[in-house]
Structure formats: C-alpha cells, structure tokens
Design a protein around this ligand. Structure first.
Ligand SMILES: Cc1ncc(COP(=O)(O)O)c(C=O)c1O
Length: 392
C-alpha cells in the first residue's frame, strides 16, 4: 500500500538528469554575495574591481581545467551550456567535404548540428550503434573512421540509459587515425571523473546545471593543446580592440561579448561544493539507490527496464516503460497521485528510443541526485507498483 500524496508532502524530485534540484543553498547564497561584491565587467576596465573580477574568471578557468584533467586554463571557453559548447566545437571544426563519426546514443545537441551541416554544407556523418549493454564498441567505432573523417563525437554517458562509454579506448583509436575526439560530458560531469589529457581526448563540452550542481546558463568547452577551433561568432573581447579581426588567442577566440560572471561564480562555488561533499562518495550512494530502484522495478511484470544493470561508473539514471501505457501518462500519474517528478518522452535522444523500440510510448526516466534518499526510491517503487497493478 502507498499513502495518497497530499499538497503538503514535499516533491520527490527524480529528474536530476534534466537539471539538478535543489541546488546547494550555500552555492546560491554565496553566488549572490560574491556577485554583489565583484559584479563588474571582467577585464574590460583598468580599475581594480574589473581586474579582481577578471582574476576570479581566470581562477575559475584554472579550476575547470584541473577538474577535467586538461593542460591549459586558457583553453577553457565559457559558453551558455553544453549545447552551445557542442555547437561551438562542431561548427568551428567541420566544413564542407568533411566526415564526422558519432553514435546513436547522442543527444539532439550533437545530432541536430550535424544534421544542419549535412543539409547546409553536405557534411557526411555516420552514427555508430550501441551494443545490447548500452555501450559503444571501440572497434566498431574505429571501423567507421574514414580518411576524410574530421571529427569524432561521443557522449560520455547516455542521458537515457545511464551507461558510460569507454572513452579512453575510443580516444586511442581516434588518436591512431589522427582524428580529434570531442566528448559530450553534459551528463557525466559531476558524477564521475574526467581525464582529458590522460585519456587522449581533444575536447570536452560540459554544462553547469546538471550534476555539477551549478546554475543554468553556464557551461563550457575545454580544449586540449592541439585542437584548433575556428571562431564562429565575433564581437568584443576587451583586447585587440583596434582590429576588425576577432581576437585569435584562446579563450577569446571562442568567446564574444560580456561573460556570464554570475554563472562563472556559480560554477566555481559548485566545484568547491562537489569537492567538499566528495563526488565519489555521493556517486556511490546514488548508484546504491539506483540499483535498489532497478531491483524493485524488474520484479514488476508490467514494467520493462531498458537501462542495463548499472556498473560502478555508470550514472544513476534508469529508463523504463509500463506495458500498454504512454510514458507521459505514467509521468502525469507519478506527479499528480504520488508527488514524484520524472522526465518522460524521448529525452532529446530520439535514436536511442528508436533502437529500444520506445519511440511511440517514450520512456519514463528516473534520474537520481545528491539529495535523493532511500525513502524517495522506496516511494517511487511503491508508486510504480500501484500504477502497474492498475493494469491487472
Ligand atoms: C547527453 C547530453 N548532452 C547535451 C545536453 C544538453 O545540455 P544543455 O541543455 O545544458 O545544453 C544534455 C541535456 O540533457 C544531455 O543529456
């Protein structure tokens, strides 16, 4: 039995793969305090406060470079989010006549820029399928490489299945063929470590508002030493202002206009908060809970769990369907009757759902976060049991 949800019960938020919620209060409060102290245009003025704001931005680039195991803080480029970073990289690297390899696990933030370049410039791309365990086989990936392949793109973790990809193995094969590898770490960053230089990755795109626990509106593209990305937007950088040519040194080459200082402060504080809380311990706790959720759901005959049994470095994300039900209906009942927020539909990764056979119904995605408790999971299991039993 499960008690009916009342308006006084707190929301059980299991949509952390969309955005983490709630954000750590200390991050939000300190963000506003620091912005109130140094919230001027960083590096654009000769006065002390502008220099102080610029120093904060530079220190944050340094923190981010270290977080992703990247060699050069000047090659940390601030963007609006992962979508923006992926567009910046893809459109700054790929041109007419080029070929790109990616995977069928990708989010629309990779698929749509590729499709756009295909339609506009005739860029060719191949999407490598994922295996039954939800991972991409590095050898299969390598077989799709062509002499004209300009770029390879792989998401570190699937936003639907929660599976992580063997990035070092894929990077090794790309490196052997002289093809740069761009990794989409939108889902993984903040859950599991990243080692750009050690893994041989050329660039990583991230977003601040998911497991990194920062605010929305800030993300970035972190480049290794050897990757050249052309500017695709142009404007003020605060340096070389006499020239009509956009600044070509990094990070300004890929940044134009006033930076999102409030977001940069937020990401700096969020990284500190992650380190204090212990990213590894939080992840282990989340993985224990997602296994409990999986065990509960696989025992229900009317529920099909599409995410494979999670490995230690997968993400606390689980997608399932309920026989004969549209995922939106399941989500609406979870919300209205049981006070549980999940994400339903195609999760902006339509090809994953096509391959799972869930395009028509969509999937019900549970994604856990730093504040998820065992009570939340047990409540979700009981709610799903009650929904599945309605079908009997
Ligand atoms: C795998 C993946 N890549 C990219 C994105 C885009 O992130 P953002 O919306 O912050 O740009 C998402 C968001 O859900 C995602 O799951």
């Amino acid at each position: 039995m499960i008690d009916a949800h009342t308006d006084n019960d707190p929301l059980i938020y299991l949509d952390n793969a969309a955005t983490s919620f709630p954000k750590p209060r200390e991050v939000l409060e300190r963000m506003v305090e620091i912005y109130a102290e140094i919230g001027v245009s960083p590096g654009r003025g000769s006065y002390d406060l502008s220099t102080e704001a610029a120093a904060f931005v530079a220190a944050t680039r340094d923190k981010i470079a270290r977080f992703f195991g990247a060699p050069d803080p000047d090659r940390v480029v601030f963007t609006v989010n992962a979508t923006d970073a992926l567009n910046l990289a893809i459109q700054g690297i790929v041109t007419t006549g080029d070929h790109v390899i990616s995977t069928r696990l990708e989010h629309n933030s990779v698929l749509r820029p590729l499709f756009h370049l295909h339609e506009r410039d005739g860029v060719e791309f191949d999407l490598v399928p994922f295996e039954a365990d939800g991972t991409v086989d590095p050898d299969r990936f390598a077989r799709a490489l062509r002499p004209e392949t300009k770029l390879a793109i792989v998401s570190h973790a699937s936003s639907v299945l929660g599976t992580t990809q063997p990035i070092p193995e894929i990077a090794r094969r790309c490196g052997g063929a002289g093809v740069p590898l761009l990794v989409d770490a939108a889902q993984s960053a903040g859950h599991i470590p990243f080692a750009l230089s050690d893994w041989g990755v050329s660039a990583v795109a991230f977003t601040g508002h998911k497991a990194l626990l920062g605010p929305s509106g800030i993300g970035g593209l972190v480049l290794g030493r050897d990757l050249a990305v052309a500017s695709t937007r142009f404007g003020g950088t605060g340096i070389d202002s006499h020239s009509l040519r956009h600044t070509q040194s990094y990070p300004h080459r890929l940044e134009a206009g006033t930076l999102n200082l409030l977001g940069i402060i937020g990401i700096a504080l969020a990284l500190e908060c992650l380190a204090t809380e212990g990213m590894e311990q939080t992840h282990e706790r989340e993985m224990t809970l997602v296994r409990r959720l999986r065990d509960g759901l696989v025992a229900m005959p009317a529920v099909t769990v599409h995410s494979p049994p999670p490995r230690a470095d997968d993400l606390p994300v689980l997608t399932c369907t309920v026989d004969g039900m549209d995922s939106d209906d399941v989500g609406a009942i979870l919300d209205a009757d049981y006070g549980i927020a999940v994400r339903t539909g195609l999760h902006c990764a339509p090809l994953v759902h096509r391959d799972l056979g869930t395009v028509q119904t969509g999937g019900v995605r549970f994604s856990l976060g730093a504040t998820t408790t065992q009570h939340d999971i047990d409540h979700a299991i009981a709610a799903m049991r009650a929904i599945a039993e309605r079908l009997l």
